[in-house]
Design a binder for this molecule. Structure first.
Ligand SMILES: Cc1cc2nc3c(=O)[nH]c(=O)nc-3n(C[C@H](O)[C@H](O)[C@H](O)COP(=O)(O)OP(=O)(O)OC[C@H]3O[C@@H](n4cnc5c(N)ncnc54)[C@H](O)[C@@H]3O)c2cc1C
Length: 535
């Protein structure tokens, strides 16, 4: 099979144009071209009046080898690489201490799935509830201002990304094509097949719920066990090797292999691990606000006369500004046609985030506008980023009126340095509500200064970005983990605790659904090799 890259066609091309483009490129007759499949489709919107689609195609012909020779100097014609996933090993006996996976976010789910597929019957422990019950609890905060500390946007089956836009792209290096294995498993579990070829796939919240249930059923059918409302509160170490995990109900589960896929909000678990002597260090993360604009403004600015074209969908953006005080400000987790959500897991605190449905057809576009911070901003202790986050989240709760409303301010007022008193044309989507006021005390002064400078700079790239009526809500503090639980490069085990495999976003090894799932696969392989005595 051959792979053709950079095949460009107009946005409104008819279906047969793809085959025709291949025939022309390879100078083949119709009979010589046996099949054409789309591997990737992206678009180039730099010229708004002439947006075109860019395809990567996999084709089979009657003369693949001859064509490879004929086009040997053309980097856009190559042999299609083998992207099929191969298991590194399989369980060879029934007699092993079962591996434990802590967490059912994308990292834990994929670690659990892979271990189950390799025959290692993992025990998967999740502090939160099963996804249907969890959905009700999560809506309880959004609708009734009732937070369940163990069942919310951060905790419960499916992990932090369950109520999200379900964006499935990442910039990680992926030489073994694990990302493709993730997408194929997602499709088996009910994701739309297009996630395999569109350049920026997304799933949306409703489908994610069903997919997570499907993956759980697969793990159980392969001999795995998935337990909910089972928080791990302690570990037992003997001579720097893990021997058991301890649940809140006092149960000890003996094991020599623990995948720690606990996400970035398991602050109590981070503290417990640190007390038990597991090596942890502080790491950089970012803080900021969510901003909301009319989606139509973003669409017009990005796509011009092609705004609204169904192939393009709702437009996204990615913005960066290097502020004169040395801070970097950037847009993060942009949700086209979505809503801003209350994402705290702790009472008396406010955290914002964003989500969309598959259709991305809500009125507003939102993204986090965040400022990079480093351990120098919260020095002294490996876990010092946590009280730093907590202080901002508690202050935001006070600014919002101490009832789970988020504090908000119009962009025009924020830039001018005056409090907002009434909304303009943009209605914020955050539920249960937004309390307008002054956000200048919501973040450290250097972050406020940098964001004030960045918004007008972003307006030069997206005309209208600094529109007076756009709404900021705060605070966005859980952009990534404030710590890294360091692991060795060779066997992926903790630097000082054998059998402990720190993984995913919470341990500092992923920054999104796809990268967390890929890390879950890598760690499952490391666990399996160790269980079979191969590493
Ligand atoms: C609202 C929202 C929208 C997002 N949108 C996107 C998006 O569109 N695209 C994207 O790529 N990323 C998105 N993200 C980020 C993404 O969700 C995370 O990067 C990803 O979920 C990290 O996966 P993980 O498995 O490492 O951790 P998590 O998903 O956080 O899962 C950790 C799990 O461990 C459990 N746990 C924690 N401690 C314990 C314990 N002691 N015992 C038992 N269980 C425990 C938790 O309950 C949780 O279920 C979003 C996040 C949020 C909150």
């Amino acid at each position: 099979m051959l792979r053709l890259t950079d095949i460009q066609l107009p946005l409104d091309h008819a279906e047969p144009a793809i085959r025709l483009a291949v025939l022309n490129k390879l100078r083949l007759t119709d009979e010589q071209l046996l099949s054409v499949t789309v591997f990737r489709r992206s678009y180039d919107a730099r010229k708004k009046s002439a947006i075109h689609l860019i395809y990567t195609l996999d084709v089979t012909t009657t003369q693949d080898d001859e064509l490879l020779q004929q086009f040997h100097s053309d980097k856009n014609v190559t042999r299609t690489p083998d992207t099929n996933y191969q298991f590194v090993t399989h369980a060879t006996s029934e007699h092993f201490l079962r591996p434990v996976v802590i967490g059912t976010g994308p990292c834990g789910l994929f670690a659990g799935l892979l271990l189950a597929q390799m025959g290692f019957r993992p025990i998967i422990l999740e502090r939160g509830k099963a996804v249907r019950e969890r959905t009700q609890d999560t809506w309880g905060l959004w609708r009734k201002r009732e937070l369940q500390p163990e069942s919310n946007v951060q905790f419960g089956e499916g992990g932090a990304g369950t109520f999200s836009d379900g964006k499935l792209y990442s910039q990680i290096k992926d030489p073994h094509h694990y990302g493709r294995k993730v997408l194929l498993e997602f499709i088996k579990a009910g994701a739309p097949a297009e996630i395999l070829y569109v350049s920026k796939p997304h799933i949306g919240t409703f489908r994610l719920v069903k997919m997570v249930e499907d993956m759980r059923a697969t793990i159980i059918s392969l001999g795995g066990e998935v337990r909910f409302s089972q928080k791990v509160v302690d570990i037992v170490r003997n001579k720097d090797a893990i021997e058991a995990v301890v649940l809140e109900n006092g149960e000890h589960i003996a094991t020599n292999h623990v995948v720690l896929a606990i996400g970035h909000s398991a602050r109590d678990t981070f503290e417990m691990l640190h007390e038990r002597g597991v090596y942890i260090e502080a790491k950089p993360f970012s803080v900021g606000f969510r901003v909301e604009h009319p989606q139509s403004l973003i669409d017009r600015c990005r796509f011009g006369p092609n705004a609204g074209n169904p192939i393009l969908g709702a437009a996204d953006y990615k913005l960066v500004h290097h502020a004169s005080n040395g801070r970097s400000v950037y847009s993060f987790c942009m949700c086209p046609g979505g809503t801003v959500v209350a994402a705290t897991s702790e009472p008396g605190r406010i955290v914002t985030n964003g989500m969309s449905q598959y259709s991305r057809n809500e009125r507003n576009a939102n993204s986090a506008i965040v400022v990079g911070i480093t351990p120098e901003d919260y020095p002294g202790h490996p876990l010092a980023g946590i009280p730093f986050q907590r202080a901002l989240e508690s202050h935001a709760y006070l600014l919002g009126g101490s009832n789970y409303n988020a504090p908000g301010q119009l962009v025009g007022d924020f830039i001018a340095g005056r409090a907002s008193t009434k909304l303009g044309s943009v209605e914020p989507s955050y539920k249960p509500g937004v309390q307008l006021g002054d956000l200048s005390s919501a973040l450290p002064e250097y972050a406020i200064t940098a964001i004030r400078e960045a918004l007008p700079a972003f307006d030069k790239q997206i005309r209208g970005f600094a529109m007076a009526d756009a709404v900021l809500t705060g605070v966005e503090t859980r952009t990534s983990s404030p710590i890294r639980i360091k692991r060795r490069d060779d066997d992926l085990q903790s630097l000082n605790t054998r059998g402990l495999f720190p993984a995913g976003e919470g341990a500092g090894y992923a920054g999104g659904i796809l990268s967390a799932a890929v890390d879950g696969i890598r760690v499952a392989e490391a666990v399996a090799l160790s269980l079979n005595g191969l590493k």
